[in-house]
Design a protein around this ligand. Structure first.
Ligand code: SF4
Length: 380
């Protein structure tokens, strides 16, 4: 198989793995005759074309949800580190891609596989002096020194938990070990970040750490997912959790399980951002029966309907943390409001619209100079 054919095969199913991107990652367009690349937004806001690929689609593990699981009948491909680095640099120099997210199936154990990923990264950085964006996957069961080496080379690393706890992971991937193989590398990454100076790291700063969950594959609740996510943010310095809705793959043990609706994935993103960026607690999330978020309304609006009706917030004097709780106002909007009200009194919805606030969403929950703004009530 030619190098191009291998790369087409290996990149073709990586849309299942969300990574850098907009708040709710979407699958981008794919042309059958081209290598799969996706438009990505980096944490600093830069937009790049990202090659998301595996080093090999051969895997000795048997995760129930995964298209690459061992024994599944499909065409597989493998690159050696130097071969892959050469192909990637060719694409990079031809301006086809700006950055790379490199993952792999597991062969000869997590330690050996991680060595292949690290060797590829070393060649890119040292031999080809590649300066671009590099996201490296950390394999299950790696050693601490390998996590450290990945952190010295990458802009971002990911350790995918897949499920929120031991029991749920058993239903998804019975041969992955939640604590030893997955949680420990996340813990090590945080330890390294806390204990060591990043002066030898790429660009002199430690890379961010992210994880991914398969949503709905193990019948877990949103409460379980968000509770684990919150702990990872608080205790392990996690930058971001990705929620990837379960979609059944043919010829896997879960092939007859119903897919998870996209809206559930999106509600989880909204709730996780409220906890990470807006100062909400897990206990404040509007869980309904069995610990799930309502699907028909976003969690911030659901919280406001319960807590702000009859207690509107005065925009001209409310502190930052209260402004963040108003629907239609995000962190940027809060800063704009605080700056604007130093200069003038906010008295109309049109002023708010000019400041970038979604005024119609905010209107039922605010006062403008003591007055409830007139707004059209939602029909539903
Ligand atoms: S280890 Fe990774 S690639 Fe292998 S079956 Fe599990 S999820 Fe798929």
């Amino acid at each position: 198989m030619s190098e191009l054919e291998r790369l087409k095969l290996l990149s073709s199913q990586m849309h299942l793995e969300p990574s850098e991107g907009d708040e709710c990652p979407q699958m981008s367009d794919r042309q059958e005759d081209s290598v799969y690349t996706s438009k990505a937004v980096l944490p600093n806001g830069q937009r790049i074309s990202l090659l998301k690929t595996l080093l090999t689609s051969v895997c000795e593990r048997d995760c129930y949800y995964c298209p690459f699981r061992q024994g599944r009948d499909f065409r597989r491909a493998t690159f050696k580190p130097d071969e892959f680095a050469k192909v990637f640099m060719y694409m990079h120099k031809a301006n086809m891609v700006d950055g790379i997210f490199l993952s792999s199936g597991v062969i000869n154990g997590g330690v050996f596989t991680q060595d292949q990923i690290l060797a590829t990264a070393e060649i890119l950085r040292r031999k080809y002096n590649y300066q671009g964006y590099l996201h490296l996957k950390v394999m299950p069961g790696v050693e601490k020194a390998q996590v450290e080496q990945a952190m010295l080379l990458a802009d971002r690393i990911s350790v995918n938990l897949e499920a929120p706890n031991i029991d749920r992971l058993r239903k998804l991937a019975p041969h992955k070990e939640f604590t030893q193989e997955l949680l420990k590398p996340l813990h090590w990454a945080n330890q390294i970040r806390q204990a060591q100076s990043p002066h030898k790291a790429w660009k002199g700063t430690w890379p961010s750490t992210v994880t991914q969950f398969v949503v709905g594959g193990a019948d877990e609740s949103d409460l379980e997912l968000l509770s684990t996510t919150e702990k990872l943010h608080r205790q392990m310095g996690l930058a971001r959790a990705y929620f990837s809705r379960f979609n059944p793959i043919s010829d896997t043990p879960l092939e007859n399980k119903a897919p998870t609706p996209l809206i559930r994935q999106n509600r989880l993103y909204q709730a996780s951002f409220l906890i990470r960026d807006y100062g909400f607690n897990l206990e404040e999330m509007p869980f309904v029966d069995e610990g799930n978020l309502p699907l028909e309304v976003d969690p911030k609006l659901a919280w406001a309907r319960t807590n702000l009706v009859g207690q509107p917030i005065e925009l001209n004097s409310a502190p930052r943390h209260m402004l963040l709780r108003i629907p239609g106002i995000g962190p940027k909007g809060v800063e704009t409001i605080i700056n604007a009200r130093r200069e003038l009194k906010l008295r109309s919805l049109s002023q708010l619209t000019k400041l970038g606030v979604i005024a119609r969403k905010a209107a039922p929950y605010i006062l403008l100079d003591g007055v409830h703004p007139v707004h059209q009530l939602a029909l539903f």
